[in-house]
Design a protein around this ligand. Sequence first.
Ligand code: PLP
Length: 432
Amino acid sequence: MVNTTIKTTKSQEIFAAAQNLMPGGVSSPVRAFKSVGGQPIVFDRVQGAYIWDVDGNRYIDYVGTWGPAICGHAHPEVISALHAALEKGTSFGAPCALENVLAEMVIDAVPSIEMVRFVNSGTEACMAVLRLMRAFTGREKVIKFEGCYHGHADMFLVKAGSGVATLGLPDSPGVPKSATSNTLTAPYNDLEAVKALFAENPNEIAGVILEPVVGNAGFIPPDAGFLEGLREITHEYGALLVFDEVMTGFRIAYGGAQEKFGVTPDLTTLGKIIGGGLPVGAYGGRRDIMEMVAPAGPVYQAGTLSGNPLAMTAGIKTLELLQKPGTYEYLDKITKKLSDGLLQIASECGHEACGGQISGMFGFFFTGGKVHNYEDAKKSDTVKFGRFHRGMLERGVYLAPSQFEAGFTAIAHTEEDIEQTLAAAREVMSSL
Ligand SMILES: Cc1ncc(COP(=O)(O)O)c(C=O)c1O
C-alpha cells in the first residue's frame, strides 16, 4: 500500500537554491529538518488533511502549518470568506467591524479574557503581555519554564523550547544579558521550584508565564494540581498568571487549556487558530489590566497590520466552524486512536516510547517512563526519531520534523487517514 521510493528531485533543487538566498534556506529554522536529517520537502499546495509537494507527492499532514489548520487546510468556507473580504481590500490601518466580531468571539470563548488586543504573531503577543505584566505590577522579574517557547523575543530566549530546543541551542547570541537578567526559569511541573523562586525574590516577580500544556518541548501535559498550584502561588505573592495559549487556544478545547482544566489565568496570549492560517496573535485578560494598554492607558504597543480584515475574516470563519457540535469530541477520538496506536505499535516493535494527547494535540517520545518536563524529554532517542520521521515521510506521512514539537490533527482527518498512518508507522517501527 505504501510507496517508499518517493521522488523529491524538484524539492531538492528548490531547497538547494534557497540555501543561497535565505539563511539555512528557510524562513523559520525548524523547517530545515536539521534535527531529523535529510532534506525538507517543498510544498506546492495544501487541502484538507493533505499536502502536496512540488514533485506531486501527497502526504497526510500532522503539522497543520504548526497549528492553525485545525479545520483542515484551505477549508472551502474560509477560502470563500477570504475571497469576499479581498474584494474590499487587504488592510485598512483603521478600525474595522470585523475586529469587533472576532474580539467578541474570543471574549465569549476564553474564560480569562474580558478585553483583547490583536497583533500579528504569537511572538508579538508574548512580548506585549510581558510589558503589561511588568507595568501592572510595577515589578520586573518573570518566571518561565524550561522548554516552553513564547516566541523569539530576547527576554524569552532562556531555556526556550521549539527551534531552540530542536537545534540544541543554549541561548541565542545577540541577546544581551540585561534582556534576560529578569527572566527566572523553573522546570515544568515543579511547584516547589516556583515557590523557591518567589521566596528568593520577594515582591520582585511580576508573574508566571507558561504553556498550560507544553507543545514546544514535545507534548507534555500538566501534572494534576500543577496549574491550580500556580494559580494559588501567584495569588499569594500578588503576581500575575499568564497562559500562553498560542498553541492550545481553541485546540484542546474551544476555550483552550483554561476551559479544559478549569484554571483561569489573569492574562492569555493567543495566535495560530484565531487567524485561520493568516498572520495573527492576540493578548487579553482582566479588564483592569487590559485598560492599561494604549491608548486606553499608558502601556505602549501598536501594529501597522494589526486587526487586518483578512486575518480577522479567516479567524472568524475558523471559529464558526469549530463551534459545530461534536468538533472537539471528534478531534479527541481520532487523535486518541492515533496516539494510542503509535504507542501500541512502538511497544510491539520493542521500542521504549511514551506520549499522549488532548483533543487535537498529541506527541510521543522515544524514551521510557513518563515525560514531566524538558529534562525528561531530552532523554529521548532523537536519532531514532529522525529515522522514524524519514520513514514516515517516505510513506506519505508528514510529522513535525523534531522530537521536541507536538503534533496536530484536524477535523479534516478521517479514520482512514489515521489507519493509513498507523500502517505506515508499523512498517517503519519494525525496521528501526
Ligand atoms: C506557545 C507559543 N507561544 C508563542 C509562539 C510564537 O508564535 P509565532 O510563531 O506566531 O510568533 C508559539 C509558536 O509556535 C507558541 O507555540
